[in-house]
Design a protein around this ligand. Structure first.
Ligand SMILES: NC(=O)c1ccc[n+]([C@@H]2O[C@H](COP(=O)([O-])OP(=O)(O)OC[C@H]3O[C@@H](n4cnc5c(N)ncnc54)[C@H](OP(=O)(O)O)[C@@H]3O)[C@@H](O)[C@H]2O)c1
Length: 321
């Protein structure tokens, strides 16, 4: 079969022939129709993620949509290495397959779960967001950030502030439901003031942080010991991604004086598997009703080597074998 094959951590995968998978106990064979290219797939392949590939050569791709031998169209994840979803076929645990409704396309069904659940799950399970609360999204211009704006509003946020570095994209976020935007591409002092101004308009109750690194340090500084009301309320800051830096320097005073509570949300988190299985059909349904928008770029799998490192500017690449 044809597949996106990674030979060395740090390289881009190559489109080439790979041995067909054979089904083992508890598995199903999936004929793949669509697999999205996420930051997670890139980090696994680069060796930078804690779940880096341990078997090489390996087919890339952690999840996707395909058809089972009985004709059922499913979304599935966790293919058994060295197989992956960026291929014509893969083997996956039967228990990690869920049927895709007819009104959702292969591409949307494949692209939505990872970035949509990156906000859906922590808003419910980490932040315990209450109706009317204010949510700040750091990294609002990316695929996951744009979905986070829409999902926070859908789940009852009263005000959503989106922060990112791309001015043109920031403007378009108002159409997605953002009430205000902050351009982080400015001098540190100005950015600190911009965060403060927004916090004075309405305290940040929840921060969904896709950036980490310097922007988060400036935010923490802005919330530290100033004469704003955040000291009397909880600010649940949830680290979801680290596009701007792998670590932050947190001063003790930031935690003592701001009401900030630090959390993280990812694969190793506290969310029950059942909650994931319940959330995915809900985001598909919202997309089918036109209430959740994701920008997709369909790309033939044969192009994998050319687009692997491409900046897709807030669009999700979906490979079609
Ligand atoms: N924990 C989870 O469950 C989970 C799930 C999904 C995603 N994630 C993580 O969330 C992050 C975002 O994912 P995504 O799908 O939205 O990716 P994406 O579509 O590639 O978006 C990346 C975002 O990061 C911004 N960015 C990149 N480098 C930056 C820098 N040096 N300084 C400031 N901003 C920077 C981009 O801004 P521009 O628009 O200006 O380029 C964009 O807003 C990734 O780290 C991903 O691994 C985590």
């Amino acid at each position: 079969m044809k597949a996106a094959v990674l030979h060395t951590l740090g390289d881009a995968p190559r489109y080439e022939d790979f041995a067909d998978p054979a089904v083992a106990q508890g598995e199903v064979l999936v004929r793949i129709k669509a697999a999205s290219l996420k930051n997670f797939d890139k980090m696994m392949a680069s060796g930078a993620h804690y779940e880096r590939h341990s078997v090489l050569p390996v087919v890339c791709g952690n999840d996707g949509v395909g058809v089972l031998e009985d004709g059922t169209r499913v979304f599935c994840g966790g293919p058994r290495p060295p197989y992956g979803m960026m291929a014509e076929r893969a083997v996956v645990p039967r228990l990690r397959c869920m049927p895709v409704p007819d009104n959702v396309s292969d591409e949307i069904a494949a692209a939505l779960p990872n970035p949509a659940l990156s906000s859906w799950l922590p808003l419910i399970w980490r932040a315990g967001m209450k109706p009317g609360e204010t949510v700040l999204i750091l990294g609002g211009t990316g695929v996951a950030g744009k979905l986070a704006i829409q999902i926070a509003k859908h789940l009852g946020a009263g005000r959503v502030v989106a922060a990112g570095r791309n001015k043109n994209t920031l403007e378009s976020l108002l159409e997605l439901g953002a009430d205000a935007t902050i351009c982080i591409d400015m001098a540190e002092e100005e950015l600190r003031d911009a965060f403060l101004r927004e916090a004075r308009t309405s305290n940040f109750d929840v921060v969904l942080d896709y950036l980490w690194g310097h922007p988060t340090e400036v935010l923490l500084d802005a919330l530290t010991g100033h004469d704003i009301r955040t000291v009397s309320s909880r600010v649940r800051l949830i680290e979801i991604g680290d596009m701007a830096g792998a670590s932050v320097n947190v001063r003790g005073t930031a935690l003592r004086s701001s009401g900030v509570e630090l959390y993280g949300s990812g694969g190793g988190g506290v969310v029950p598997v059942q909650a994931i299985f319940e959330a995915i059909p809900q985001v598909w349904s919202l997309a089918a009703q036109g209430k959740l928008r994701i920008d997709i770029e369909k790309v033939p799998l044969a192009e994998v080597g050319n687009v692997w490192r491409k900046d897709s500017h807030g669009r999700r690449i979906v490979f079609v074998p």
